[in-house]
Design a protein around this ligand. Structure first.
Ligand code: P6P
Length: 350
């Protein structure tokens, strides 16, 4: 006997949801939908490894150092290769670029090329792997701008406003995939018993009253005066906002996810701590842009302290940017303090 009780009608897989969202795009040919399927599959593979990292001897460091001059963790390497090899042959992409690889990765001649570009951070926060702290995959999808053939650097250096999809997979107490194609933000939780991402958080919007602010206060001495004043404001000093708690995991996806669901602001400002990284630590293409698309789609905002992240024209593949992201009024307040106390921030590559 067919029933229409919620138990039976509420099982919405990510495949069904992406397909139904695709209906907003009459010109869509299903290719973007299939790219998102493939990312979800990569997430399932990576999740299966992260939940066994302690047992499967894939904890710890490889001998490699990546283009960011960071030691590559074994799980980083596995995640990077999983996403690459699940997408390289599909005929849906013209190129990929990974936070772990120095150059653009065009589709080799032996495979068909498609019309999309995939930029990804395979496993952000990987330095936390050994401590069982949530980590995440972050991705952004663009249409290519070159007419044909293997994708090129110019296809990857598009402003974030051109993104057609973005999201992240967080490997925490549960594995969740959160994505947008420009029609709201939607969260899916992996049900390990059936191996499917099931809709658990439809139409996520950032709560209007924030609960948290997230920043590494250990670096306060290195910040500009405007950012120091902003931080005092968030702590209730000098007529500031009262009642915010400080939560900082040190894993961008975990910090962003908490603020997305509970309300708050995360910021990683430019600092004088590392002369090699005058614009802060986070990457524009693989971290700031996709999360900024999600934040704006959830009713929030994201800037480099002055300029909306999605308006920045990237100059280089691994460009870093300061990042203020979360409740729009809190992001805008940062700009007020920075404009009042600091010279104009430059959103140019490090
Ligand atoms: P810090 C992790 O290494 C990461 O790239 C982000 O996930 C995180 O937000 C940030 O760095 C933490 O950096 O300097 O506070 O340890």
């Amino acid at each position: 006997m067919i029933s229409n009780t919620p138990d039976h009608t509420n099982i919405i897989t990510i495949e069904r949801h992406i397909f139904e969202t695709q209906l907003y795009h009459p010109e869509a040919t299903g290719v973007l939908t299939n790219i998102l399927y493939d990312i979800a599959l990569a997430g399932k593979v990576i999740a299966s490894k992260t939940t066994r990292a302690g047992l499967a001897e894939i904890l710890g460091r490889t001998e490699q150092v990546n283009v960011q001059d960071e030691v590559v963790m074994k799980l980083d390497d596995l995640a990077n290769n999983t996403i690459y090899h699940l997408n390289i042959h599909s005929g849906r992409l013209a190129a990929m670029a990974s936070e772990e690889d120095p150059e653009v990765m065009p589709i080799p001649d032996r495979y068909p090329t498609g019309k999309y570009i995939l930029l990804y951070d395979p496993l952000d926060g990987s330095s936390n792997i050994d401590f069982n702290i949530p980590i995440g995959t972050i991705f952004a999808v663009y249409r290519r701008v070159t007419p044909e053939g293997p994708g090129q650097l110019v296809d990857c250096l598009q402003p974030g406003r051109n993104m057609v999809a973005a999201g992240y997979i967080i490997y925490g107490s549960s594995t969740m995939l959160v994505y947008t194609t420009g029609h709201g933000v939607h969260g899916f939780t992996l049900d390990p018993s059936v191996g499917e991402f099931l809709l658990s958080h439809p139409n996520i919007t950032i709560p209007t009253s924030p609960k948290y602010f997230s920043v590494n206060l250990g670096y306060e001495m290195y910040w500009s005066k405007g950012v120091q004043k902003y931080t005092s404001y968030l702590q209730g000093e000098e007529g500031g906002i009262h009642g915010l708690s400080l939560r900082y995991v040190g894993s961008l996806v975990a910090d962003f996810h908490r603020n997305l669901l509970a309300g708050g602001v995360f910021y990683y400002p430019a600092d004088r701590k590392d002369p090699q990284k005058p614009h802060g630590k986070l990457r524009l293409l693989y971290e700031a842009n996709p999360l900024a698309f999600l934040a704006e789609q959830a009713g929030g905002g994201a800037s480099d302290g002055v300029t909306p992240i999605l308006d920045i024209k990237p100059q280089s593949l691994h460009q870093r940017t300061p990042l203020f992201i979360g409740n729009k009024d809190l992001v805008d307040k940062a700009a007020d303090y920075i404009n009042q106390y600091d010279r104009q921030l430059e959103a140019v590559p490090a």
